[in-house]
Ligand binder design. Structure first.
Ligand SMILES: C[S@@+](CC[C@H](N)C(=O)[O-])C[C@H]1O[C@@H](n2cnc3c(N)ncnc32)[C@H](O)[C@@H]1O
Length: 202
């Protein structure tokens, strides 16, 4: 099957976050994985901006660190919550995104998450609705007015459907006076990943 850029919803997520991100901003990646989304955020905020990126798997932290360093992005492996985060570059955190509130006292202008399993890694280690929903709620609370949160959701793997329903429900119930919410999907491919993006009204 031919998949063109039009139906790659990850790219639309990058574009819609890139529209609001400025040099010097702070942004968050809830699922660093292979580092592609973190790299996009790091490029958008520039060398004076900062990114906080989470992943549970050491393999993902290593892959992300390598990718970022190859692209000359400053990387910090951060040990524990409660300390001030580096004011520039990417801080990689080996922890669950459910702990976001303990790690972050800055308001991000953009938050991204690409759910599911690590491509090329353990397909049994997936994001779970319980922790995803905690991270999304914290993310929506701390997001800067005018900022956006973009989530790519997969329903095709075991466990994916339950998480997709939970995340859909979460976004559909965001207060319309506080958030505008967009859902982008490939209408003729029901198993394809879809994008949910919420913009916090100023
Ligand atoms: C689809 S991958 C992310 C892809 C990544 N954004 C990229 O650009 O390559 C999903 C990642 O979520 C991670 N993950 C699963 N549960 C998590 C949790 N509770 N907190 C943080 N990361 C988690 C997995 O380890 C996996 O690396």
């Amino acid at each position: 099957m031919m998949i063109t850029a039009m139906s790659r919803v990850v790219g639309w997520g990058h574009q819609l976050l890139g529209e609001v991100l400025r040099a010097g901003d702070f942004a968050i990646d809830l699922t660093a994985g292979n580092g592609y989304d973190t790299l996009m955020l790091a490029r958008a905020v520039g060398e004076n901006g900062s990114v906080l990126a989470f992943d549970l798997q050491s393999q993902a932290i290593e892959k992300s660190a390598n990718r970022l360093q190859q692209e000359a992005v400053a990387v910090h492996l951060v040990d524990g919550p409660g300390l001030p985060l580096p004011s520039s570059g990417v801080s990689l955190v080996s922890a669950s995104h459910a702990e976001l509130d303990a790690w972050c006292d800055l308001a991000p202008r953009a938050i991204i998450a690409n759910l599911g399993y690590l491509p090329g890694g353990d397909k049994g280690l997936i994001t779970k609705p319980e922790s995803t929903l905690v991270a999304l709620q914290t993310g929506c609370d701390i997001l800067m007015p005018g900022g956006r949160i973009a989530i790519v959701v997969y329903s095709g793997h075991p466990g994916g459907r339950d998480e997709a329903q939970a995340v859909d429900h979460f976004f559909a119930n965001l207060n319309e006076r506080e958030f505008e919410v967009l859902r982008l999907e490939v209408a003729n491919r029901p198993q394809a990943p879809f994008l949910l993006i919420a913009g916090k009204i100023e």
